[in-house]
Design a protein around this ligand. Structure first.
Ligand SMILES: NC(=O)c1ccc[n+]([C@@H]2O[C@H](COP(=O)([O-])OP(=O)(O)OC[C@H]3O[C@@H](n4cnc5c(N)ncnc54)[C@H](OP(=O)(O)O)[C@@H]3O)[C@@H](O)[C@H]2O)c1
Length: 372
């Protein structure tokens, strides 16, 4: 087992969970993942305690040279399970994972993916634990906007000229992304399910962008750039929703963009939001599906706070300020975190691929008509 940390050692723990249930369970339990069906795994996982996955070593601040040690812990629930169970039952499992983190000596806890979506976004969990908690959503916001901006420039769609859509614009991550994008975008379309909540987000969007709202996913066909970040447990963006040359940054886990888009639309660029390069020779000790040395932005926020010695509840709840997203962006950059190259449907995206998408888009746009 992992050695007990010194009193002044910087440490963190981060909670992950299975998304693709058979594939992800096989990463920890190859035999069980192979022989059990998805239904059986989902059923048994309700009674399974949080699982210690690995010790994380080698992370080193680029500015101070300090190192940080951490642990990955899994909550064995999938997103559909977390959405369907009463929040109290999910909180209990997350708190149990937090107690495991405290026992290991972690000084801050990050809530990955859906463990930050459930209920009140970490507030109850933080109240029940001694160690501070963060969802990582502030840095996820910063990195998602930066990725969309950079991918847009590479596709010849700079933000200030672009029509941008934010899907899931009423969510914790979506509404702050919208606020930041409104500062520089040409036009902004806020897409969500609840009109009243969309109006409230529109009020917060002050800047040069002309802002409109929509409750129909079809509205994104007007967009050059799309940032999608819903907590839907099924794909919601299909091939017919996108115009040639569109850039989509999919921050959601599980993803919002259908695999059919990869199969049928070679004239749009879909990138995964939220992959970050970690400073130092990091060894995560567990394959959570990213290339070596790369982490989710929410994981990076937790690590950056430990490197900074900021042991406090940082991002919790569903209201995240632009100032907080800017602050964690500054902290993370100073310690050496940076946007990693782009990936699309789990494969790296090359400059040549982007050039080819641009070429095909330039041809297809001449005869393109919206499907609606
Ligand atoms: N990549 C990363 O590093 C990273 C980090 C953190 C989180 N995430 C992911 O980001 C996503 C959003 O997180 P969040 O904390 O912002 O969640 P949230 O606060 O719960 O917001 C979710 C948003 O999705 C909308 N939504 C839910 N179900 C939908 C459906 N079936 N169709 C259309 N819209 C739907 C909600 O609409 P209503 O307002 O109408 O309910 C809301 O706008 C999750 O997938 C999470 O796993 C990724």
């Amino acid at each position: 087992m992992t050695p007990t940390p010194q009193a002044d050692e910087d440490t963190f723990a981060f909670i992950i969970h299975p998304i693709d249930i058979k594939r992800d369970v096989q990463r920890k339990y190859p035999f069980l993942g192979r022989v059990l069906s998805e239904g059986q795994i989902s059923f048994f996982s309700r009674f399974w305690p949080p699982v210690y996955l690995s010790e994380v070593t080698g992370i080193t601040s680029a500015s101070t040279g300090r190192t940080v040690r951490g642990w990955l812990i899994s909550v064995p629930y999938t997103p559909p399970t977390m959405i369907s169970l009463p929040p109290e039952e999910v909180y209990r499992k997350i708190v149990a994972a937090g107690l495991k983190a405290e026992g290991l000596g972690a000084r801050i806890l990050g809530l990955g993916a859906f463990t930050s979506v459930v209920g009140d976004g970490g507030i109850t969990v933080a109240q029940r634990l001694k160690l501070p908690v963060t969802t990582g959503d502030s840095y996820t916001i910063t990195v998602a906007v930066q990725a969309l901006r950079e991918a847009g420039e590479m596709m010849g769609k700079p933000l200030h000229n672009a029509t941008v859509a934010v899907v899931g614009a009423t969510g914790a991550i979506g509404k702050t992304c919208a606020e930041i994008l409104a500062r520089d975008a040409g036009e902004l379309i806020l897409v969500g399910r609840r009109e009243d909540a969309l109006h409230a987000v529109k009020e917060r969007c002050k800047g040069r962008a002309k802002v409109s709202i929509s409750t129909r996913i079809n509205s994104i066909y007007a967009a050059d750039l799309v940032l999608t970040v819903t907590s839907a447990v099924h794909e919601i963006i299909e091939p017919q929703h996108l115009k040639p040359g569109a850039v989509v940054c999919d921050v959601a886990r599980p993803r919002d963009v259908s695999k059919l888009v990869a199969a049928q639309r070679d004239d749009v660029l879909v990138i995964e939001g939220g992959m970050v390069e970690v400073p130092g020779p990091v060894d995560f000790g567990f394959n959570f599906g990213f290339p070596p040395g790369k982490a989710y932005a929410c994981m990076a926020e937790t690590i950056a706070l430990a490197l900074e010695g900021r042991y406090e509840d940082y991002t919790i709840g569903k209201d995240i300020s632009v100032a907080q997203a800017d602050e964690i962006g500054e902290i993370a950059t100073r310690h050496g975190f940076k946007l990693a190259g782009f990936r699309s449907f789990e494969k790296p995206v090359s400059e040549q691929h982007i050039a080819e998408v641009r070429e095909r888009a330039a041809i297809n746009i001449k005869h393109w008509r919206p499907a609606y």
